[in-house]
Write a protein that binds this ligand. Structure first.
Ligand code: URA
Length: 434
């Protein structure tokens, strides 16, 4: 078999066999297939696509270039959640402790933020001392003790995807549905989980802006899960405006702690509870989705979720006192408010622009090696549909470095529109693919 023949075959729009895909991916992971051939194949897939069987084979091959965790010794179901990424998208830090408090094992391997989107790891690292770089052995220990461990991608997990994703990033081949689906699922399926809930974002701040594209990506990933004998469901959720009120790492941790105390914004709370309920149901902790919803709500109301979060913070070297004393989280030096230009209702709050403005303030990364400032970000005082008075603050920027403040403010001024009437905000959950 030769790599070039497989490129030609895909370029001609033909279907690759599982053995061919495996040959190519293994060769790429080991260095026998060079970057330029992998880039050519990725481009051919970008234009010609892959069917469900090819996508499943690609996922399997990428997954098995690395370690697949064996968590069978843990006495209970294991489940996780994955989000395709958004702005203020912080549900992991609420739902993971809730699900663990309800009896699920949650081995969560997360990523960092890039561009306008945030990442769970960056949020966790804003908790003083929190270590996201546990060895796989320590990850096991924390998981078996707390039923929850939260770490970053390790080099052992799906190394072919790590290499290919970096290559796709610089060859214009990221936005390919089969490549995205296989990339995400190769990492998630390597976690050794029985069930996975996908939060596929849709709208202005999402990777896939159109609902139909988000649905198609969700279907592709649910299909892969089924092909691998795991229970997978996808909720398609709104990203036309940021989730909750906080955008920025420590600010989002603060919102999560408030949510675990029952005082969070309604959208953050309800999406976290719903995703948690799906995890509990698919994981077999609850026999119906309704029972799972009740169980998740009870774990929130009793404070069990908050106690679980405190426990895991401590086990991973962080300062658990942040849960009782939010001033222990990093705080920005100054605050600048953006006043409403007129009286009326907030009609538009462009999600991507809010994410970009937060990135300019230092809350996110422009490139993979940018440094982030955990304290800075944006707090929203109004959401789409809310009544506003002229001059009333729409949002507050929390700032340390003022060098790009004007650019951030300009983006935000353009991102909001106040009108006499506002359309009702889109429903938070747009569809479910199961
Ligand atoms: N996230 C991933 O992990 N892979 C992709 O291809 C896109 C988003």
């Amino acid at each position: 078999m030769r790599a070039v023949d497989l490129i030609l075959k895909k370029r001609a729009g033909q279907t690759l066999g599982a053995d061919e895909i495996d040959f190519f991916i293994r060769g790429y992971a080991s260095g026998q297939v060079p970057d330029y051939q992998a880039a050519a194949l990725a481009m051919a897939v970008y234009f010609r696509g892959m069917d469900a069987e090819e996508t499943l084979a690609l996922t399997r091959s990428m997954m098995t270039t690395g370690e697949v965790l064996d968590l069978s010794a843990l006495p209970g179901p294991k489940a996780d959640k994955h989000s395709t990424g958004g702005v203020g998208d912080k549900t992991s830090l609420v739902l993971a402790p809730l699900a663990a408090a309800c009896g699920l094992y949650v081995p969560m391997i997360s990523g960092r933020g890039l561009g306008h989107t945030g990442g769970t790891l960056d949020k966790l690292e804003s908790i003083p001392g929190f270590d996201v770089h546990l060895s796989l052995q320590r990850f096991h220990e924390v998981l078996s003790r707390a039923r929850l461990a939260l770490i970053g991608q390790t080099p052992e997990i799906a190394p072919a995807d790590r290499k290919l994703y970096a290559l796709r990033d610089v060859t214009g081949t990221v936005e390919s549905r089969p490549l995205i689906a296989a990339s995400i699922m190769s990492k998630k399926m390597a976690e050794g989980i029985d069930a996975l809930v996908l939060d596929v974002k849709t709208g202005d701040g999402a990777f896939m802006r159109e609902l139909d594209d988000s649905r198609a990506l969700a279907r592709a990933m649910v299909e892969i899960g089924r092909g691998m004998g795991r229970k997978v469901a996808a909720l398609i959720t709104d990203m036309d405006q940021p989730l909750g009120r906080a955008v920025g790492n420590a600010l989002e941790v603060e919102e999560c702690i408030e949510t675990l105390k029952g005082r969070g914004p309604k959208d953050t709370e309800s999406l976290s509870l719903e995703l948690c309920a799906w995890m509990l149901w698919l994981g077999g902790i609850s026999s119906t989705l309704e029972a799972a919803r009740t169980r998740a709500r009870d774990a929130l109301a009793s404070g069990a979720g908050l106690r679980k979060f405190q426990e895991v913070i401590e086990l991973q070297g962080g300062d658990p006192r942040v849960c009782d004393d939010l001033t222990r989280l990093p705080r920005a030096q100054s605050s600048i408010e953006l006043p409403a230009p007129a009286e009326g209702r907030l009609a538009v709050l462009r999600c991507r622009a809010v994410g970009d403005a937060a990135m300019l303030l230092g809350a996110g990364r422009e490139t993979l090696d940018s440094r982030i400032d955990p304290a800075v970000g944006i707090v929203l005082h109004k959401k789409v549909g809310d009544l506003v008075l002229k001059g009333e603050p729409l949002l507050t920027l929390r700032v340390n470095d003022r060098r790009r403040l004007e650019a951030a403010l300009a983006l935000l001024r353009d991102a909001v529109r106040v009108a006499p009437e506002a359309p009702a905000a889109a429903p938070l959950i747009r569809d479910v693919i199961h």
